[in-house]
Design a protein around this ligand. Structure first.
Ligand code: ATP
Ligand code: MG
Length: 178
C-alpha cells in the first residue's frame, strides 16, 4: 500500500481554498475532498511496516496548536511548472510535529527523508509546459486563511487512479489539548 502522514483540513478551509481553483490553463485542480497537507510521504509499505508506523505514530505526544494558511507558491522541475499550492505560515510547532513524525517513520524502519519540509497544500498539478502564473498570482497571491486548530494527524492510504488519486484515512492520531 502507498502511505503518507498528513493533515485533513476543516470543511470551511477547503471551501476557501476551492475559491483559488480556477484561472490557470492546463491545471488539474485538486477537488476539495482531496485537499490535505502532507507531513511525511512514506510510499510503499507492507502490512507489517504499516502496523509498526501506526504504533510509532500513536506514541507521539504534541500539544494541539493553530496553523494559518498564507500565500501561494509553486514547485517546478527543470523549469517546468509541476504544482501550485497554498502555503502555511511559518510555525515552530508544526516543524516540531513534523520532526516527531519523521522520527516515528525512521523508528518504524522507513529510510530517512532527506528533503527539506515545505508545508503546503497542493491546489493544482500540471503536465503541460509554459505556464505563466502572473495573472493568477496577482489575483490570488494575497490569500490567507483564519487560524484553525490542528487537532490530529492522519495516516492516509493513497490510491492512484487515472481520473486522479484519492486518499483513505487509515487512522487518526489526536494531538493532546492542555
Ligand atoms: P498523483 O501522484 O496522482 O498526482 P498525489 O501526488 O496526490 O497524486 P501521491 O503521489 O500518493 O498522490 O502522494 C500523496 C501525498 O504525498 C501528496 O500530498 C503528494 O504531494 C505527497 N508526495 C508524493 N510523493 C512525494 C515525495 N516523493 N516526497 C514528498 N511528498 C510526496
Ligand atoms: Mg504524487
Amino acid at each position: 500500500m502507498r502511505l503518507f502522514v498528513g493533515i485533513s483540513l476543516p470543511a470551511d478551509i477547503r471551501l476557501s481554498l476551492a475559491t483559488l481553483c480556477s484561472g490557470l490553463a492546463g491545471a488539474r485542480w485538486v477537488t476539495p475532498e482531496n485537499m490535505h497537507m502532507t507531513l511525511r510521504f512514506i510510499g510503499d509499505a507492507d502490512g507489517g511496516m504499516a502496523e509498526d508506523l501506526d504504533a510509532e505514530l500513536s506514541g507521539i505526544q504534541v500539544p494541539e496548536f493553530d496553523i494559518k494558511l498564507t500565500g501561494i507558491g509553486s514547485f517546478s522541475k527543470r523549469s517546468r511548472l509541476r504544482a501550485v499550492w497554498a502555503g502555511v505560515e511559518t510555525n515552530a510547532a508544526l516543524i516540531h510535529l513534523q520532526r516527531k513524525i519523521e522520527q516515528a517513520a525512521v523508528r518504524a524502519g522507513f529510510p530517512p527523508e532527506g528533503r527539506k519540509f515545505t508545508p503546503h497544500i497542493t491546489l493544482a498539478r500540471f503536465k503541460t509546459q509554459q505556464i505563466d502564473l502572473g495573472d493568477y498570482l496577482e489575483a490570488n497571491g494575497a490569500f490567507s486563511s483564519a487560524p484553525f486548530p490542528l487537532e490530529a494527524v492522519t495516516l492516509f492510504e493513497s490510491h492512484l487512479g487515472h481520473g486522479g488519486s484519492h486518499y483513505v484515512a487509515l487512522n487518526d492520531y489526536p494531538l493532546r489539548g492542555i
